[in-house]
Design a protein around this ligand. Sequence first.
Ligand code: BJW
Ligand code: ZN
Length: 272
Amino acid sequence: MSETSRERFQSTLCRARKIAVLTGAGVSAESGIPTFRGAGGLWRRYEATSLASPEAWQRDPGLVWEFYNHRRERALGCAPNPGHHALAQLEAWWREAGRVFTLITQNIDGLHEQAGSRSPVRLHGSLWQVRCLSCESVTENRDVPITPAFAGSGSPDPEAPARRFTAAELPRCRCGGVLRPHVVWFGEALQESDLAAAAAGVEGCDLLLVVGTSAVVYPAAGFVPMAKRHGALIAEVNVEPSAISGLCDVVFTGGSGAILPSLLDVTPARAP
Ligand code: BJW
Ligand code: ZN
């Protein structure tokens, strides 16, 4: 009888000495957080991806803050789903067995950490950190609204009245500088240390599991061909085909919250 995809995946997984997981917005979809490019990727009349850009910030930083203020408000009411928990459990088992596990996420929502994942590599920053444009300090910030001026703003309704925030109303650092979300927008460089940590986790891994990403954004998507070149088994969990599905050895179609708990319910095999 031929081996099913699940059997092939699980037999590689339980023998793997080094595992990497790359996640995207889809892993948080079942927690109620909209993805970027699917239905729900609109805020008012704007594409979410067009607001996550230095150009949008240059044009209207108040509008960009409204968008992030809305996402912070929404994320506060969301909890990790069974997909996040299954990945955190896998990490705990693998670390306990003395094996290498690297979680690389493009998400900024913090739900992996809430589920118990230890220090995921956050390629695109954090919704819960702000950066000062003057002194460049990065600080944790969980204020919702981000400042009193933003209370009640940020409705995603396309009919919501447009309101222009003045420079004086923008979130400010202690030094007086303007604060921005500490996230990575298009055209901006990712942190070198994050890229190095992600590359170290992918190089020589036995298995790369890619979950809930359209895999169109680089350099994140580039980790998939890198793992392939290193001879890893590439597995994907997604509700629909992505840009890297063709590179995958096994594909599991469906929601990650539904698929991951049983797919990852595997204990590490003893070292040979
Ligand atoms: C489910 C599901 C369920 C639904 N279960 N699945 C090489 C080639 C071409 C272009 C480039 C290149 N290298 C660089 C570029 C340019 C650019 C780029 O990639 N452009 C392409 C889009 C063409 N990259 C950059 O600009 C990057 N910077 C850079 O390269 O800098 C170079 C530089 C060096 C030195 C100096 C200066 C510059 C930066 C990229 C930053 C991306 N930022 C964002 C915003 C982050 C902040 C925020 O969140 O607000 O990151 S954009 C957005 O896309 C966000 C996401 O992390 C990222 C990826 O999206 P993701 O996660 O894949 O979401 P979706 O919505 O696309 O997909 C969801 C998936 O889930 C779908 O597949 C669904 O089917 C699935 N799904 N429900 C499982 N229940
Ligand atoms: Zn400052």
